[in-house]
Design a protein around this ligand. Structure first.
Ligand SMILES: [Zn+2]
Length: 140
C-alpha cells in the first residue's frame, strides 16, 4: 500500500514536473536540483537549509547513510580490479599498497562523497520523497 505522498510521487499527479535526469545532474554538480543555480552544500557534507537562488527547502532531505554505501560500491569496483591488475603486472611490495592505496582510497572517497550525496538529495527531490512531497494535493 502506497502512502499518499509516495503515490503522488510515483504518478506525478500534482505539482510541477521534476525531471529526474536534470535534477540528478544538478545534484551531482552540488547545485540545487530545482534551479541548478544555488549551492546545495554549505559545508562539505552539510546541505544548506534552502536554495539561495530559488528558495527550495532542503531541510527535508534524508540522505542518511546511502551516499557512503554508493561510494563504497563504486570504489570497490574500481579499486579491487586496479589492485589485482597492478599486483599481476608489477608485484609491488605490500608497504606500497598500504601507503599509496590508502592515500588513493581516502582521496577518492573525499572527492566522491559530496557529489554522490548531492545526487541522492536530487533523487529524493525529483521523486518527492520524504518532506519533498507537495504540501497538499490540488483540488479535484
Ligand atoms: Zn534553487
Amino acid at each position: 500500500m502506497l502512502t499518499p505522498a509516495f503515490a503522488a510521487t510515483a504518478s506525478g499527479r500534482h505539482g510541477a514536473p521534476r525531471p529526474l535526469g536534470q535534477a540528478m545532474l544538478r545534484g551531482l554538480r552540488c547545485r540545487c536540483p530545482s534551479c541548478g543555480e544555488g549551492r546545495l552544500f554549505g559545508r562539505y557534507l552539510k546541505p544548506v537549509a534552502s536554495c539561495s537562488a530559488c528558495g527550495e527547502d532542503f531541510t527535508a532531505q534524508s540522505a542518511d547513510d546511502f551516499p557512503p554505501y554508493i561510494v563504497i560500491l563504486l570504489l570497490g569496483h574500481i579499486i579491487v580490479p586496479m589492485g589485482i591488475s597492478i599486483d599481476t603486472h608489477f608485484r609491488p611490495p605490500l608497504w606500497m599498497y598500504a601507503v599509496f592505496g590508502t592515500m588513493l582510497i581516502v582521496a577518492l572517497v573525499l572527492l566522491m562523497l559530496q557529489p554522490v550525496k548531492g545526487g541522492v538529495i536530487a533523487y529524493q527531490w525529483a521523486h518527492r520523497m520524504h518532506g519533498f512531497a507537495d504540501a497538499a494535493p490540488p483540488p479535484a
